[in-house]
Write a protein that binds this ligand. Structure first.
Ligand code: TXA
Ligand code: MG
Length: 344
């Protein structure tokens, strides 16, 4: 299949007509790039799973561009959901609702609930409005790889497998949306993301899915089916080093030196605060610890750059869990398979 490349400044007429005919279009969003299909077209949605190599029990998020679309798709909008919508939509927040039967089961992975997001990125909003369709869209990466935050990474993973890629700018947030179940008595975070726990808690009482923050124990099942998979994994092994600032720098340098002497290629994730003190085959500065959103924006791209450089092992410092740090650590822990080393 030939994949059309379209500039985001060009008309989106071709892209919307591809969607109306049941094709697949990758679009920038404010979180990560998404792979879109008409949410009402079962075959188109099946093709998303096929292009990504995604397990069929991992449901998709349906993207909308106004609240009328929401009412067509869901049975009930609870008072909690209404408050969250008022504060945080459009934006990087996905809400789970009881689904109406118009939504094909292939979208929801057979569940009776559906995930809905009203994004703020003008390009995907335009696609939804021009096609007149709610768009089912997971992240536009091959299943298991770090989510794409640039058009080039979408191209690398999906060229030849989808109909069209819209070339936008790098994603603003760099981590996926916060997923919140609004069908429970208390709003429950199933996946931390761009809208933080602290932001949510300032509006409604909120709790975290109990399975977050540690490797899944035997028999434990996360409320978001996608959270049971080892996501966000580069080919290299990832290890998180935790401890005081100085101890982490020392330990990362020691580990890099030792592995290098054994013939391994080592990548280190650094920050403005550590970059000049770290030494390895490659050292990538991903942002400032004072401005954690800069780290969120560059994390997935850095993991992919380590793969480009064919490193065998990546060491990353642990980041503060506050604010967007919760999403950063969630993705990093998953890519590391919860593998930590304590520096002292
Ligand atoms: O920022 C984002 O959310 C991006 C952009 C493209 O919008 N999309 C994204 O989609 O990250 P995806 O498919 O990579 O992740 C969707 C997550 C998965 O963990 C999935 O299991 C969960 O949402 N999910 C979807 N429907 C659900 C449902 N009905 N109940 C619980 N979890 C659900
Ligand atoms: Mg994904």
């Amino acid at each position: 299949m030939e994949t059309y490349l379209i500039s985001e400044n060009a008309s989106l007429e071709i892209a919307s007509s591809i969607l109306k005919k049941g094709g697949l279009v990758a679009s920038p969003t404010e979180t990560v790039y998404g792979l879109c299909a008409n949410a009402f077209n079962e075959q188109a949605v099946r093709n998303i799973y096929k292009a990504k190599g995604r397990p069929s029990d991992n449901p998709l998020i349906v993207h909308i561009a106004n609240l009328d679309m929401l009412n067509e798709l869901v049975l009930e909008v609870s008072p909690i959901a209404k408050q969250l919508i008022e504060q945080f939509w459009p934006g990087p927040m996905t809400l789970i609702f009881k689904a109406r039967s118009v939504i094909p089961k292939v979208v929801t992975g057979g569940l009776d609930t559906v995930a809905i997001r009203f994004p703020s990125h003008p390009t995907i909003l335009k696609l939804i409005l021009e096609s007149g369709l709610p768009l089912a869209a997971p992240s536009a990466n091959l299943s298991g790889k770090p989510s794409p935050t640039t058009f080039e990474r979408v191209f690398e993973d999906l060229n030849g497998k989808i109909d069209c890629i819209i070339q936008g700018k790098p994603s603003k947030y760099g981590v996926e949306s916060t997923v919140i179940d609004t069908t429970r008595q208390v709003a429950t975070i199933l996946r931390p993301g761009g809208i933080t726990y602290e932001m949510l808690a300032s509006v409604v009482p909120v709790q975290l899915d109990k399975t977050l923050g540690h490797a899944l124990k035997k028999g434990e099942v996360p409320l978001a089916p996608g959270m049971k998979y080892t996501h966000y994994s580069p080919n290299a092994k990832v290890i998180i080093v935790r401890g005081s600032h100085e101890a982490v720098i020392r330990k990362m340098n020691d580990l890099a030196h030792l592995d290098h002497s054994k013939g391994k290629k080592v990548g280190l994730l650094a920050t403005d605060e550590t970059f000049s003190s770290l030494k390895a085959d490659i050292v990538l500065n991903i942002g400032s610890e004072q401005l954690p959103h800069t780290i969120a924006a560059h994390l997935f791209e850095a993991l992919r750059q380590c793969d480009d450089a064919k490193v065998d092992i990546i060491y990353s410092p642990a980041f503060k869990q506050a604010g967007i740090g919760q999403a950063i650590m969630n993705r990093l822990e998953k890519s590391a398979g919860y593998h930590f080393i304590d520096a002292s």
